[in-house]
Write a protein that binds this ligand. Structure first.
Ligand code: SAM
Length: 428
């Protein structure tokens, strides 16, 4: 199999002008708004819809943190007006009321932060903390549900048995000889010498190729050196508020170049669903914030080539190709409603992470892990970023790019602060 070295994204293209939703968009909107699989969305919405006013018994008020803060300030101003009435009693009462109100806001903020922290840390991996030295927002809005792995949309179905074969390396330490490990054979062009993608300490050697990790049918176990992404995140992370980019992610400790950070997790949807959702998100929900990442590392021809190779094997084994996903389509990861810490990585024109394409099931190239690795040594508390357009220094060696929704987003200013900042997040 020839592996493409570029990772330029197939962009989700939709008309730039705002328009009424089509029938298809309307029904997708209904579907994602009322999707009650596992009751997860409703649970998330319930958590995020409790306002401080509800907490202090004022059911007439609700809204975002900003609105709540403004309401708090308005009440504060009313107290000052009371003072001008020269009524000391009234003033004291008002001040008490105001203090109570502030306490309620503080305890509600505290509660929301705890709910967020608990949900975030229920996902696998070392603890994630939250810091905000910029304003008084306790945590990002909890308008999504934390998940630890891909969640398949109802239109994406895979049969249970996808693997064609595993490797048979049987040394006490799992796979040690790259020339013998069958899992590596797809990652190298004919005539090239196969190599493990990772050093012994788990750091990535080079960014030019997709990573084919050992899988469930291999004879090695999880400690095998060819299983890094599937072991999950090992670095501690901190979700922190940036002055100009909303929330971002950093690590409190230095990180060496080539370290695996985490994968981009979300709902796995078809590109048709992605087009519709992009329109809904831009026009109804998130404005210029994008959460869609195309899994477009492999070209259509490569996906077909593999399909042809495996068709007979599937027949023999009685398994089948994924239903509902035409061979000529790519899948997209949508972390708008279901996601994890990876949805908070901000863009930089000079990023310190690349997205790598990490595969366990080589018979299913359309479903791979978009895995974040550091591309240089990173100092403690340096923000972790990647290039949303995937055209930074490492452009021909990365994979995937965050999809912008429409040309309206082209104007969004970039605040990455890099010396060669392109000026716009979504445009060159
Ligand atoms: C996937 S979200 C990243 C998390 C986001 N900061 C938050 O608080 O939810 C992408 C959005 O973050 C903001 N953002 C990311 N990188 C940025 C940058 N370099 N400059 C300005 N805004 C940025 C933009 O609003 C962008 O649409």
């Amino acid at each position: 199999m020839r592996v493409r070295a570029t990772g330029a994204a197939a962009k989700v293209s939709i008309p730039s002008k705002r328009r009424r939703l089509s029938q298809a968009e309307n029904s997708e909107l209904q579907r994602i708004m009322t999707n009650d699989d596992d009751g997860l969305i409703h649970r998330a919405e319930k958590v995020s819809s409790i306002s401080p006013d509800e907490a202090i018994g004022d059911s007439t008020n609700s809204g975002s943190d900003e609105e709540w803060r403004q309401k708090g300030n308005k009440k504060g101003r009313r107290v000052v007006d009371d003072k001008n009435d020269n009524s000391v009693d009234d003033y004291d009462k008002s001040r008490d009321r105001n203090d109570n109100y502030k306490d309620s806001i503080n305890s509600e903020f505290q509660r929301r932060r705890e709910v967020f922290l608990n949900a975030m840390n229920a996902c696998r991996g070392p603890e994630i903390t939250i810091h905000n030295d910029v304003d008084d927002e306790p945590c990002p809005e909890m308008d999504f549900t934390f998940i630890s792995e891909y969640r398949l949309s109802s239109k994406v179905k895979f049969s249970d048995t996808q693997f064609l074969y595993g490797c048979t390396c049987d040394g006490p330490k799992g796979c040690t000889k790259p020339t013998q490990c069958l899992c590596l054979e797809d990652s190298y062009d004919l005539g090239e010498k196969p190599e493990f993608p990772y050093y012994k300490d788990g750091r990535l050697k080079a960014t030019g190729r997709p990573i084919f990790e050992c899988n469930a049918l291999c004879s090695c176990d999880i400690s095998c050196r060819n299983r890094v992404v599937q072991r999950g995140r090992t670095v501690t992370l901190d979700l922190f508020k940036t002055p100009q980019k909303g929330w971002g992610v950093r690590c409190p400790h230095p990180i060496a170049a080539g370290t695996f950070i985490c994968t981009y997790v979300g709902e796995l949807i078809t590109s048709d669903e992605a087009k519709i959702r992009a329109h809904i998100y831009e026009n109804i929900e998130c404005g210029t914030t994008s959460y869609l990442l195309d899994l477009d590392y492999f070209e259509e021809s490569e996906r077909h080539e593999l399909d042809e190779e495996t068709e007979e094997d599937h027949e023999e084994k009685g398994t089948h190709r994924p239903d509902g996903v035409p061979k000529d389509k790519i899948l997209t990861v949508d972390s708008r409603r279901f996601g994890d810490i990876s949805r908070f990585f901000n863009h930089s024109c000079s990023p310190n992470m690349v997205i790598m394409c990490a595969i366990q099931d080589r018979t299913l190239l359309m479903k791979y892990d978009a895995a974040f690795f550091t591309n240089r040594d990173i100092s403690a508390n340096e923000e972790l970023t990647f290039d949303y357009l995937n055209i930074g220094d490492d452009y021909e060696r990365g994979s995937g790019a965050l999809s912008k929704y429409s040309s309206a987003m082209m104007h969004q200013e970039c605040h990455c602060g890099a010396a060669h900042c392109r000026g716009r997040i979504w445009a060159v």
